[in-house]
Design a binder for this molecule. Sequence first.
Ligand code: UAG
Ligand code: ATP
Ligand code: API
Ligand code: MG
Length: 497
Amino acid sequence: MGAVIGEGKSLSELGLTARGGREARVTGLSVDSREVTQGHLFAALPGTKVHGASFIPTALEQGAAAVLTDAEGAALAAEALAGSEAALVIAADPRQALAYAAALWFGGQPEVTVAVTGTNGKTSVATFLRHIWQDMGFRAINLGTTGVEGDWQAPLKHTTPEPITLHRALAGAAEAGVDHCAMEASSHGLDQRRLDGVQLKAAGFTNFTQDHLDYHADFEEYFAAKAGLFARVLPDEGVAVINIDDARGVDMMAIARARGQEVISVGEATGCDLRILGQRFHATGQDLRLDWRGAVQQLRLGLIGGFQGQNAALAAGLALACGAEPEQVFPALERLETVRGRMQLAATRDNGAAVYVDFAHTPDAVSTALQALRPHVMGRLIAIVGAGGDRDPGKRPLMGAAATEHADMVIVSDDNPRSEDPASIRAQVLEGAPGALEVGDRAEAILRGVDMLQPGDALMILGKGHETGQIVGDTIYPFDDVEQASVAVAALDGRGL
Ligand SMILES: CC(=O)N[C@H]1[C@@H](OP(=O)(O)OP(=O)(O)OC[C@H]2O[C@@H](n3ccc(=O)[nH]c3=O)[C@H](O)[C@@H]2O)O[C@H](CO)[C@@H](O)[C@@H]1O[C@H](C)C(=O)N[C@@H](C)C(=O)N[C@H](CCC(=O)O)C(=O)O
Ligand SMILES: Nc1ncnc2c1ncn2[C@@H]1O[C@H](COP(=O)(O)OP(=O)(O)OP(=O)(O)O)[C@@H](O)[C@H]1O
Ligand SMILES: N[C@H](CCC[C@H](N)C(=O)O)C(=O)O
Ligand SMILES: [Mg+2]
């Protein structure tokens, strides 16, 4: 796997050239000065709040053997660098240089690695793909929002972690014998070049709608970040698997084609390589009829919601892109299980009314999830919705409006207010959901929602999915929507837990 700490690697082994041709051996890589120890390479990156170069003096005091930064960073820390023995690497794009160096430092990754981007559906597609590969007998993982899962496991704090954490995980998995990996490429991750050092066989695109406009200046910048997966990270010989039912799918396809990448188009449109011919819904899932380059496949999925069928098709397209045989891929879809916190049946009341938990945290996802549940509900559809603090405020009223449009009754509650005032976030969601009931405390909102359920009704709790905490300020309080749903049903139906 990676280099032995203490022995280290030289800068040239990491693909880095220091000013004046200086060579240095480094004993580790750090992106945060607080983690620098003797002999480390400190990557002083231009940040969103501060330039990492402001921490170069601290990193040098802590024994950094080399510093990687850009010209601005080198100028900012000129004095400290001049008085130090450390080697200085100046790169036009230090985040990308760090990504390549991290790949070389850890030196291994699962042989077949693919990445999935898109506003919604990344975790779902990556998890389905991992299940398909496991079904085929491979040792496989998915890596993203829910951590590293499958034949090797590790918790992660980010959907696409920074390169040091990312390559540590990829190399750890490869060392444990994992040969297939499906990872998520978030727009932050792509913009910050976090996965530029990963060697991809294929890449997938799910869809493009509003999210993260707190970070990206506008829709086009957000799209450009996602397009970087095909324009930059996936090599020319890689395969692009693209949902062309999405309005921006055609743009993404043009970017892939311009690179000379093979494209597998997925969607309902005539001429798609993997065409969705039809979806028929029943109580616990759906029948999916597909056409793979002229051969019709019909299968039964144990997944609720049309979009889950689309995600499963995209995952199948990615497996095929990596060389799997259709005879192995399509039967495997029948054994897919709901991803934790995505359209998950959390509890059922004695009167038969069901409670679902879903991770919809964008306006499009709220619409999609509620519309997906509608055919399964004969009575009223009740939705609990909220929006996260320190995240794109523009999506809040739109999420409220989406819930109002697609549910019969809406309760607005808290979802990770973080550093913001929860009441003010709720007020912004309520702007789009004027008739909604406001219940800030999420446990109480769930209890109220469950209490409203009549026979044939359903409650959909949106926004937190698999999450196990409610983030208020800097504190994470234990909170699990699935658990709270069971608690509420048990309390109201007089059952023990
Ligand atoms: C907004 C964002 O993406 N920030 C990332 C960015 O940090 P930044 O540019 O904001 O950092 P900064 O505070 O300006 O500091 C600049 C530099 O100084 C360094 N520093 C800072 C303080 C110090 O004492 N010493 C030090 O060296 C920092 O490590 C950083 O490299 O670069 C850092 C290093 O690579 C990342 O850790 C950090 O992710 C933060 C923690 C984060 O929360 N990111 C979230 C928003 C994120 O990436 N989310 C996506 C999408 C989720 C989704 O799917 O919806 C994800 O992939 O998880
Ligand atoms: N193909 C899709 N089209 C529209 N909405 C979807 C699709 N797939 C999933 N969703 C919605 O998005 C929610 C999140 O799904 P998932 O976790 O797979 O997305 P993600 O892209 O990984 O999200 P994140 O940005 O948090 O990593 C789901 O719970 C569902 O409501
Ligand atoms: N990866 C997403 C998850 C959001 C989930 C939602 N519960 C929230 O806190 O907004 C984000 O960090 O924007
Ligand atoms: Mg995800």
